[in-house]
Design a protein. Structure first.
Length: 185
């Protein structure tokens, strides 16, 4: 059963990765770097700070930093435990895929997907009270994590698993924030 899932995962990866073209490689290399998302993050921070005030915003930043730390360490623990090769290093498919970027580290599961989903769920849980279209925040992890498939760095199951872990951590982070910070506000 696991072999069938891995086979389907590789087939889906080959299809999604094959949708790319050299024309857009530079764009996707930018999308995968957090630095280029800074204007988006600053906008989110500004909108959030306006609604929750400086004190709660400070705690929001602290919780976000802790979320990223927990997500990174969890993803690294799994990567080093499973030692799944990245698509760009997988001998079975590396000759038929587009490799835009390579990495020697392991693949399962995506830290990019985990971090982006955790921080988005956390922000969304606060935002939804104030902004009608806060669901649009989820475009960030979708685009950000897809860049990892486009570049040849992660299989779809790496992304989906990262999303599950990230959403769970983001929701738990929000519950702690709600219990200890918002209840005292």
């Amino acid at each position: 059963m696991l072999e069938k899932i891995i086979h389907l995962d590789k087939e889906l990866f080959v299809f999604l990765n094959g949708l790319g073209s050299e024309t857009f490689d530079g764009l996707w290399l930018m999308i995968t770097k957090q630095l280029y998302w800074t204007p988006f993050f600053l906008l989110i921070f500004y909108l959030l700070q306006k609604k929750i005030g400086w004190k709660n915003f400070g705690f929001y930043l602290l919780f976000t930093a802790l979320l990223i730390l927990v997500c990174d360490q969890t993803a690294n623990l799994f990567k080093n435990g499973f030692e799944r090769l990245r698509p760009c290093n997988d001998e079975e498919i590396k000759g038929i895929i587009r490799i835009v970027k390579s990495s020697k580290s392991f693949s399962f599961f995506s830290g990019h997907a985990t971090n982006s989903m955790a921080t988005t769920v956390f922000a969304f849980m606060i935002f939804k009270k104030y902004y009608k279209h806060s669901y649009l925040l989820f475009l960030f992890p979708l685009i950000f994590a897809y860049s990892r498939i486009y570049l040849g760095l992660h299989f779809p199951s790496d992304i989906l698993t990262g999303y599950v872990f990230g959403a769970t951590f983001g929701f738990l982070g929000y519950k702690l924030y709600q219990k200890y910070i918002l209840k005292n506000a």
